[in-house]
Design a protein around this ligand. Structure first.
Ligand SMILES: Cc1ncc(COP(=O)(O)O)c(C=O)c1O
Length: 362
């Protein structure tokens, strides 16, 4: 076998194999949306139709959400596939790609799968994980093809403001690079003043989905937004991977879009409730060090005095609880807690985490 290109993700395998754990503080998304998103007795779901290059009502709904033209929308299977196909289009073997550090492991493993030479852009914990455009100037070269960021930031939830994004766009443009911004958590900022970066610069490409903020992971509804020339190429590249999407999932996704404001309110309430719980929890945790933002759905504390893997082994074996170890994000002394879970379960999960920390420390 040729080992030059990475052909797996340590993190994804770990996350899937541990998904059954009852108090899952490792998951980053909202709990499943509880109400049926359509009424089966009123609606007949078609099995197939003409959705080869996008199911028009779904493409319309996404374009409408972002106030962009339908030529700027490519629909995918979750943001995972959006990231994969978009990176596969833009990366050739040996290309220099800049990726924020720390970040979501899949972004790095996907770039390595495509044979990229990965260069890291620091998001320092001391600077609350904010990006300093001067750091990008220091690591970008004429060979850089793509800069990859998450906004909100996974794992910390830090928000990159529009001024910084504009600056990043300009720096990348000077060397002819695109900027891929994974916005799968952006809507958990719940603010009208936070807009998608698709409007910021024409070398920006945005990926997102309904999976994380809206508790609709099962629909696998994701998308890439970009200038029409890029979108055309994405549709062509997708011909190599599959014939079309599952139409029933696309129809249900359109229904979900028609109720998105309601679903968003539901998500907001859960996250606000759990954030209060989280802040209380951290007040009593001397071994955990973190700044909690008033938006987002994950936090990334530093764990002092105890090894993160040691803690997680105890959590899994004795407490039926799990956190995401920081090693998957390139920071082994940190851990990520997702707080989109059912509030009852979340409170109990935090309680168990506190117990495990105090027992492991002794
Ligand atoms: C930054 C980021 N992008 C994409 C994904 C995958 O999202 P989806 O479920 O839409 O494929 C995740 C999942 O954790 C993520 O954290």
């Amino acid at each position: 076998m040729n080992d030059f290109r990475l052909k797996y993700s340590e993190y994804m395998q770990w996350a899937k194999e541990n998904a059954h754990i009852t108090y899952n503080l490792a998951a980053s998304g909202l709990m499943n949306y509880p109400e049926p998103i359509f009424n089966p007795s009123k609606q007949i779901i078609e099995i197939s139709g003409d959705d080869h290059y996008g199911y028009a009502p779904l493409v319309d709904a996404i374009a409408d959400k972002y106030k962009i033209s339908t030529e700027m929308v490519f629909t995918t299977i979750g943001s995972s596939m959006a990231n994969y196909i978009t990176m596969a289009l833009l990366i050739d073997t040996g290309d220099d790609i800049i990726i924020e550090h720390p970040t979501y492991e899949l972004l790095i493993s996907t770039a390595k799968n495509l044979g990229a030479n990965v260069i890291y852009l620091p998001r320092p914990v001391e600077n609350q994980y904010l990006i300093n455009p001067d750091d990008l100037k220091s690591c970008i070269t004429q060979n850089t093809k793509l800069v990859i960021l998450t906004n909100l930031h996974n794992p910390s939830s830090a928000l990159t403001d529009n001024e910084t994004l504009k600056e990043i766009g300009k720096i990348a443009k000077k060397v002819g690079a695109y900027v891929l911004i994974d916005e799968v958590y952006l809507d958990s900022a719940f603010s009208n003043s936070v807009n998608s970066s698709i409007h910021t610069s024409d070398n920006f490409i945005v990926t997102s989905s309904l999976t994380k903020v809206y508790g609709l992971s099962g629909l696998r509804c994701g998308w890439t937004l970009a200038q029409p020339d890029v979108i055309k190429q994405l549709w062509r590249l997708s011909d190599l991977m599959y014939v079309k999407h599952a139409l029933p999932a696309e129809i249900l996704s359109v229904n979900a879009f028609s109720k998105l404001d309601k679903i968003k309110q539901w998500a907001k309430l859960i996250l606000e409730k759990n954030r209060i719980e989280l802040k209380e929890f951290f007040k009593n945790q001397e071994d955990l060090e973190v700044d909690i933002f008033d938006y987002g759905m994950t936090v990334f504390p530093k764990l002092k005095n105890i090894g993160v893997d040691q803690l997680n082994t105890t959590l899994i074996k004795k407490y039926d609880t799990i956190i995401a170890p920081g090693r998957f994000f390139g920071m082994p002394d940190h851990l990520r807690i997702g707080y989109g879970n059912d509030p009852e379960k979340f409170r109990e999960g935090l309680h168990r985490l506190g117990e495990a920390i105090s027992k492991t420390r002794k």
